[in-house]
Design a protein around this ligand. Structure first.
Ligand code: FAD
Length: 466
């Protein structure tokens, strides 16, 4: 009898799941498995916020699989050991998984594929994490597309797969045939669980339905840049962990109007960065443009600590960093402002910021995080030119005009008058006293002078790139 292992990773759903459909399509029994890889659940790049979201989402998948007759088998270890052993025990001729793009995932899958092949078994990698696979978008002469606008045109023209139905039943081996472990308790997130997205496929679909019906989607073209409003979908953790299929998100949100058009473009940015990561895996170690690896970054542990802890003295930067710590998420505009401040104003190597985001973001995704950092630092493909340096005061005024964002995340500034909210150091002493916010006592003075820092960054970038 045919037995197939379905190896789940970050495709934690039962709806529109091509790997699950492919496993079922082979006939016979399907055994769903999940490997708790110590490098991912506890390694240096792991995150309590993400492990919490993952395990909680996995519990719902496990319940859904069990209800359909295919209990999930969980084991701890390195997949290159665990998967071949499980395939042997189950008598499985093949293993099916959703294809992933990061260098870590590719090396892991290569190792698993080779170990399986040595025993005459095959690893089949199916679509499902992206709408278009990395090789499906290319220039006329078959090269990767490294500029976003042409990428988005070609991406939109790639023929799409059809949505696959959710199975009612999954034939499997009798329960207990394979020994497994109970899913471990989820770690306590570093963020407030009440502010993290509710894990699991059901909550993800509720979020998607709310977003599609909202007034924010049609207004997204402008609303997405407002820090003081809830103008974005909050679907990023669902796309990261596959509690939603990106095709389902696209089909539900595309349509006429600027809001939907710009939203689909943002979904495309995610695919663009996955494409870059696939074709240029060196980006996980250094600049996409190697000349930028020569930048003489500042050795500034004090500045880095102030940035991480949200006490730089620039309100919008501090609000952003505190939002990240408290909620495991940060608004896209705030990510750009905070990242620019680290890489340009403090001239600290952007990789330190990338690593900090990896620790805290519930949606941290190697492709989008690296792409966002390199774009902001000016070192990436299709990046902002390095001389375009965000001014944290004008960015704050523009994206948080009501001040609600800064006041929410930096409560010591709550009573600062609007006119001074984004540059509180300019408050005369009597205004500071009236606002209950004395600079240097209740809230820090700016740790750098933006105008001077800007000149220093321009000089360092120019020196590196000639
Ligand atoms: C420095 C930096 C780091 C970032 N790190 C990550 C990360 O680790 N993971 C991540 O998913 N996004 C990252 N982004 C992109 C973006 O900030 C988030 O996707 C977005 O804020 C998530 O919130 P949302 O779901 O409400 O987004 P929405 O505005 O509702 O967008 C919908 C979806 O489109 C995708 N998307 C939107 N903007 C971008 C973008 N600029 N690049 C790539 N995909 C995008 C996301 O999947 C998002 O969920 C980063 C951006 C910057 C500037």
């Amino acid at each position: 009898m045919t037995v197939t292992l379905l190896w789940l990773r970050r495709d934690l759903r039962l709806r529109d799941h091509p790997a699950l459909a492919a496993a079922l399509g082979r006939g016979g029994s399907v055994v769903p498995v999940f490997v708790l890889d110590p490098r991912l659940v506890g390694g240096p790049r792991s995150s309590a916020n993400r492990t919490w979201f993952l395990l909680e989402s996995l519990r719902e998948v496990a319940a859904g699989l069990a209800a359909r007759g295919a209990p999930l088998v969980v084991r701890t270890g390195h997949p290159e050991d665990v998967i071949p052993a499980l395939a042997e025990e189950a008598g499985a001729s093949a293993v099916v998984a959703s294809r992933d793009v990061s260098p870590f995932a590719r090396a892991r899958d290569r190792a698993v594929g080779e170990a399986l092949a040595a025993a005459g078994r095959r690893l089949h990698l199916e679509r499902g994490l992206l709408v278009a696979e990395p090789e499906e978008v290319h220039t006329d002469d078959g090269r990767p597309v490294t500029v976003f606008t042409p990428f988005s045109r070609r991406w939109a023209a790639v023929p799409r797969r059809t949505r696959v139905p959710t199975p009612d039943a999954i034939p499997s081996l009798p329960a207990g045939t394979l020994a497994g472990e109970a899913l471990p308790a989820s770690p306590v997130p570093t963020a407030d669980p009440a502010l993290l997205p509710r894990p699991g496929e059901t909550a993800a679909h509720e979020r998607l339905a709310r977003w599609v019906a909202s007034a924010e989607l049609p207004a997204y073209a402008d609303g997405r840049d407002r820090l003081d409003q809830d103008g974005t979908s909050r679907l990023s953790a669902d796309l990261k962990f596959g509690t939603l299929s990106p095709l389902e998100v696209l089909l539900a949100t595309e349509g006429p109007g600027d809001g939907r058009r710009v939203f689909v473009a943002e979904l495309c940015w995610r695919e663009f960065y996955a494409h870059i990561l696939w074709h240029f895996p060196h980006v996980v170690r250094g600049a996409y443009r190697p000349a930028y690896d020569a930048i003489a970054w500042a050795d500034d542990p004090g500045g880095l600590a102030a940035w991480r802890e949200g006490r730089t003295g620039y309100p919008v930067v501090d609000a952003a960093m505190r939002q990240l710590a408290a909620s495991g998420w940060m608004h896209n505009r705030a990510r750009m402002i905070a990242a620019s401040f680290l890489a340009k104003d403090l001239l600290v190597d952007w990789r330190a910021g990338e690593a900090h985001f990896m620790t805290h973001l519930v949606d941290a995704d190697v492709g989008s995080n690296n792409g966002g950092w390199q774009w902001t630092a000016g070192t990436g493909t299709d990046a902002a030119p390095y001389f375009r340096i965000f001014n944290p005061v004008s960015q704050g005024r523009k994206s948080d005009p009501s001040g609600a964002y800064v006041r929410r995340w930096v409560p010591e500034l709550a009573r600062v008058p609007d006119a001074f909210l984004h540059e509180p150091w300019a408050m005369p002493p009597d205004v500071q006293a009236a606002a209950g916010c004395v600079i240097g006592r209740d809230y820090p003075a700016p740790i750098v002078d933006h105008a001077l820092a800007r000149q220093r960054a321009l000089a360092a970038y120019a020196a590196a790139t000639g």
